[in-house]
Design a binder for this molecule. Structure first.
Ligand code: ADP
Ligand code: ZN
Length: 755
């Protein structure tokens, strides 16, 4: 008998579609089932979200395939996706697609291949010696193979027998032909972590502060959210591990651990693997689609009980979820940059509430939003105010770069290397580096800008070389030598002349990691220097390799961008220096100071994690800026208070809820017109429905053009999330974006960046 189903498709339309399923479909269908359906002359994979309703005079199209025996999305995840679609104003089908591994969203091969291997299994026993001698009388090799299989427990892979043990295929064929063995295929989970050795599990007892946090978490009521504010090195990971032991070992439930960028945190991942071994699925960013799918299946089957991964791991298909850990909850990478523009921290909280799990948000520098929620009593605050093992936070000293300006070199003359070095690395940092190298201790240098020089400028007319596609300057890279746009990857040769005035002495301005690396290498020729930034970490496991080298003591100085600020725990690092703290501090974004404070605090926290203590230097031209000032004294609370006050007038989160409505198009004119038309439309709407939502803008975005698209935006603000949802929903469904100039409108709710 045919039934009607309501199907959500990954298309930019705020509606679902009715299809008909035949009685002869391969598998039963229900909410969460994947179906292959015809849609506008193509095949699409959709998700059944309910029963379909017949419509008069319309005969629904047929579902083409039902690829899975059981629904790909269970009820709890379906509920989460409904919430996500509603809150982030995204079509349900688009939301659902982001909750599934990529391998399950290709309509061309709806049932993704699993990796199999061929194994030989003994099919008969030969209990008596007599029979053995008779059967194998003229086949001694078959006998050897048969008996070997017996000692291997009656089972071995074909590959092992033929390749490692060098049996000939004909011997194996012989055994099979005589019915003594069979060859079958076996599904293998592709787990690239299987070969990485796990460290031994921790052998220490929790400190009293850790104990208190662990006890509070164990006693949590279902759906409760905790904010674990623990300074760097206070042992937050152990708290997470003890919670997981309780949830997974004692209660037999499952858990998710979210980390900001998994490639950057191999140490944290290793600590979980040390305790939970192969019950963990690590959803690493460098997994292939197939490997990711294997992990997903293992989680769904319950073979793996803990998922560790970046933001999309919040959708791990774990049954009976007991806990979600969000480590470094303040990190911007938890926000997805494309639709659905969800924040994994918010989804974690919503999912946990639906499924009766506990959430822990951990950070040394919690986001202002989470801090405000903890103070409003929405989250329970847990504190780890001290470093474990009596360690102390390192002393942090600011080095004021104002006045330390080097005189510009004489025209035509190259700056002498010594002057250049001293303009980049101040005397105190230099001395401290020399000391560390002498004592065999390690140092970390942070400069949050990759490349060699920030930009190239003509000293005659002041012209800066910019990207032809984006409104930003090109960064000078030295190895290989070229100019690169960090937004669109546009690359060009270094110019020999200024395009504007024809001047021939183009100057490099501003520092990048490549230049600092070179200056260090010249100054300390025998030091082992490792550079870690986007340019040195393109390989799959490049991050892990660099960090493993640091861990083994094969690196004296680790230099890098914000990549090196997170989660690293190397006790032999006794010096941290920030080469230029001011990168990013003045960006036209309300979170610029917060991000700067977090980065400085996090990187400072890498120093002095061992008994030798540590020292931190921050080179800056704005030593009195509250982000720098509070980082010097490790004073999170003062920073938050001042930052919070700065967001009252005009109001910014957490004092108000905002959404960023973006407009882009291929001409400046059409984009600007779309922005003002939309703004007028919104003003009329808000007036008509008497909504308390306020509209700020429109204005050109801070980066006016990216990849040849002009960008404008406006902000919607409101006290109540509900009011914002209503207006945004109206906008998404009713406002018409004209054709032409490939105009686009995007809605980014709770944006982490306004650039
Ligand atoms: P955080 O994430 O808070 O910065 P970590 O979890 O990385 O801190 O812990 C810092 C270091 O302290 C790690 O090397 C960890 O093994 C160690 N550690 C954690 N808890 C204890 C404890 N109770 N006793 C001794 N060492 C501990
Ligand atoms: Zn560009």
């Amino acid at each position: 008998m045919a039934v009607l189903v309501d199907v959500a498709l990954p298309v930019p339309l705020f509606r679902t579609f009715t299809y008909e399923v035949n009685g002869d479909a391969a598998h039963p269908v229900g909410p969460g089932s994947r179906v292959v359906v015809p849609f506008r002359q193509r095949r699409e994979i959709g998700i059944v979200v309910g029963e379909g309703k017949p419509r008069l005079g319309v005969s629904p199209k047929r579902v083409l395939e039902v690829p899975d025996a059981t629904p790909a999305i269970g009820e709890p995840l379906l509920a989460l996706c409904r919430w996500m679609a509603e809150y982030y104003v995204t079509p349900l089908g688009v939301a659902l697609r982001s909750a599934l591994p990529a391998a399950l969203s290709g309509a061309a091969s709806p049932a993704p291949p699993v990796k199999t291997r061929r194994v030989v299994v003994l099919a008969r026993e030969l209990p008596t010696l007599l029979r053995r001698e008779r059967i194998f009388a003229r086949a001694p090799q078959q006998r050897t193979l048969f008996e070997l299989l017996e000692t291997l427990g009656g089972r071995a892979t074909v590959e092992h027998l033929l390749e490692q043990l060098q049996f000939s295929p004909s011997v194996l064929k012989g055994l099979v032909a005589r019915g003594l063995a069979i060859v079958e295929s076996e599904v293998v989970a592709r787990d690239p972590f299987a070969s990485r050795p796990a460290p031994p599990p921790p052998a220490y007892a929790p400190t009293p502060a850790q104990r208190a946090a662990i006890d509070a978490l164990k006693g949590a009521s279902p759906g409760e959210t905790f904010l674990l504010h623990g300074i760097t090195g206070s042992g937050k990971t152990l708290v997470y591990i003890e919670l997981l032991r309780h949830v997974v070992d004692d209660r037999g439930r499952s858990a998710i651990v979210l980390v900001p960028e998994i490639a950057l945190t191999p140490q944290t991942v290793d600590r979980f693997r040390a305790v939970f071994g192969d019950r963990i699925a690590v959803l690493h960013s460098s997994l292939s689609d197939g490997e990711r799918y294997d992990a997903w299946l293992a989680l769904q089957r319950g073979d793996k009980r803990i998922a560790v991964g970046a933001r999309s791991a919040v959708f791990a298909p774990l049954p009976d979820l007991g806990a979600i850990v969000v480590d470094e909850e303040h990190e911007g990478s938890y926000k997805q940059g494309e639709a659905p523009r969800y924040h994994a921290r918010e989804l974690a909280i919503v999912r946990a509430r639906h499924e009766g799990a506990v959430v822990v948000l951990g950070s040394a520098t919690p986001s202002l939003e989470s801090w405000a929620n903890a103070h409003a009593g929405k989250y329970q605050l847990l504190n780890l105010p001290e470093r474990v093992g009596g360690g102390r936070l390192p002393a942090v000293e600011a080095i004021d770069l104002r006045g330390a300006r080097t005189p510009p070199p004489a025209p035509g003359a190259a700056p002498d290397p010594d002057t250049l070095f001293r303009s980049v690395i101040s005397e105190p940092v230099h001395r401290a580096l020399v000391e560390r190298l002498g004592r065999g201790e390690q140092s970390i240098l942070l400069l949050n800008r990759r490349g060699y020089a920030a930009f190239i400028q003509c000293p005659t007319c002041g012209d800066v070389v910019t990207c032809p596609n984006c409104s930003i300057s090109l960064t000078y890279h030295r190895t290989p030598e070229r100019l690169i746009c960090h937004y669109c990857h546009h690359t060009e040769e270094l110019r020999s002349k200024c395009r504007r005035c024809g001047g021939t002495v183009l100057r490099q301005r501003g520092l990048g990691t490549q230049q600092v690396e070179r200056l260090l290498a010249e100054r300390f020729p025998s030091a082992r220097i490792a550079r870690m930034d986007v340019d040195t970490t393109s390989g799959k496991w490049a991050h892990t390799e660099i960090l493993d080298r640091v861990g083994r003591g094969d690196v004296d100085v680790l230099l890098g961008t914000q990549m090196i600020a997170k989660g690293l725990d190397f006790p032999n690092v006794t010096l941290v220096a920030v080469v230029d703290a001011d990168v990013g501090i003045n960006l036209p974004d309300f979170r610029a100071s917060e991000r700067c404070f977090q980065l400085l605090s996090q990187v400072a926290g890498r120093a002095g994690r061992g008994p030798k203590g540590g020292q931190v230097f921050i080179q800056t031209r704005v030593p009195t800026h509250h982000a720098v000032r509070c980082a010097l004294t490790h004073d999170y609370r003062t920073f938050v208070r001042e930052e919070f006050d700065g967001r009252v007038k005009p109001p910014y989160p957490p004092n108000v809820r905002i959404a960023n409505v973006g407009f882009s198009g291929t001409t400046e004119d059409a984009t600007a017109r779309l922005a003002s038309r939309c703004s007028a439309w919104l003003h009329a709407l808000v007036a008509k429905v008497e909504s308390p939502v306020t509209i700020v803008g429109p204005a050109p975005s801070p980066v006016e053009r990216i990849k040849n698209r002009w960008r404008w935006h406006l902000l919607l603000k409101s006290e109540q999330p509900r009011d914002l949802t209503r207006v945004l929903r109206y906008l998404a469904e009713r406002f018409e974006v004209p054709k032409g100039a490939s105009l686009r409108l995007t809605i980014d709710r709770d944006p982490v960046s306004l650039l």
